[in-house]
Design a binder for this molecule. Structure first.
Ligand code: SAM
Length: 293
């Protein structure tokens, strides 16, 4: 079958199936074979790998993944794409399309249910490669990182401004709770910058491909992860206020308690939340646990 890396091939398959592109589902189909190659290279796939894809769309990236990986499980929300995928993936018996919402997916469970042979063994790590639906990039990343899944490496295309937030160091406007969460769980790096012109239809923003390599051990020690992330969110809650006011505004503890905790952690209450390093957030959360937990 013809590869789907040209506007004419994509238009043809869409027309043949009477498919209507749904912008509300973040449907921007990738047309560029070079970008697909960069994504696949970044995932360093071998026949030993089980790979999940979120949103296979027409199957363009899925076909390329199936050529390098051992097994591919692709989770697609739009039922109207299923007949197209049945056609475009027909030559790849190592692919499996699962209809569902990636935001609700339990990837370990799906691996157990749909991956054959060694790929479905409990506790076996896997990768995820996707051109994400941009309307849910942040909640999807949080689901993937905090869901406790056996995901070892993610290579994901997203809007450039979200990629900037993932990699942001403390102090700037891009640094926020998403930066801290991503950098706590993974080592993020941009592997490609991608212009809008390589999609059909073109999205409104430029994109970037990011590789997130799961850390074996977190970069800081916290007594409670849940509390650590609560404190991080509280510190970023009101960005134009001082750290003390932002923390107090969160309702987690009273002002005088926060003053005590900040003193114990050695952090100036007049600072802004966005200047704190991951180490300082950890110190703050651990002091909170010790004094108020
Ligand atoms: N992988 C294809 C490509 O690169 O050309 C399509 C990528 S497109 C940016 C995003 C895909 O995610 C679409 O196929 C869309 O239908 C699908 N999608 C949207 N929301 C989803 C969700 N909650 N769960 C799974 N797939 C979803």
């Amino acid at each position: 079958m013809r590869e789907l890396t040209s506007p004419s091939a994509v238009r043809e398959i869409i027309r043949a199936h009477g498919f209507k592109v749904r912008k509300a589902l973040g449907q921007n189909f990738l047309l560029d074979a070079n970008i697909i190659e960069k994504i696949v290279q970044a995932a360093e796939l071998s026949r030993e790998d089980l790979v999940f894809e979120i949103g296979p769309g027409l199957g363009t990236l899925t076909r390329r993944l199936a050529r390098s990986a051992g097994q591919v499980i692709a989770v697609e929300l739009d039922t109207n794409l299923l007949p197209i995928l049945a056609e475009t993936l027909a030559d790849f018996p190592n692919t499996r399309v699962v209809h569902g919402d990636a935001l609700q997916a339990d990837f370990d469970k799906l691996a157990g249910e749909y991956a054959g042979g060694i790929f479905g063994q409990p506790g076996r790590g896997y990768k995820l490669v996707a051109n994400l639906p941009y309307y849910i990039t942040t909640p999807l990343l949080m689901h993937l990182l905090t869901g406790g899944f056996n995901l070892q490496c993610l290579v994901v295309m997203m809007q450039k401004e979200v990629a900037d937030r993932l990699l942001a160091p403390p102090g700037g406007k891009d640094y926020g709770s998403l930066s801290v969460a991503v950098q706590y769980y993974t080592v993020p790096e941009v592997v490609a910058r991608v212009p809008k012109t390589v999609f059909f239809p073109a999205p409104e923003v430029d994109s970037a491909v990011v590789r997130l390599t799961r850390r074996a051990v977190p970069p800081v020690q916290v007594t409670s992860e849940a509390l650590f992330f609560k404190v991080v969110r509280a510190a970023f809650g009101q960005r134009r206020k001082t750290l003390l006011n932002s923390l107090t505004g969160s309702g987690l503890a009273a002002r005088e308690n926060w003053l005590q905790v900040l003193a114990a952690a050695g952090i100036d209450p007049a600072r802004r939340g966005e200047t704190l390093t991951m180490q300082e957030f950890a110190a703050l959360a651990n002091a909170f646990q010790q004094h108020l937990g």
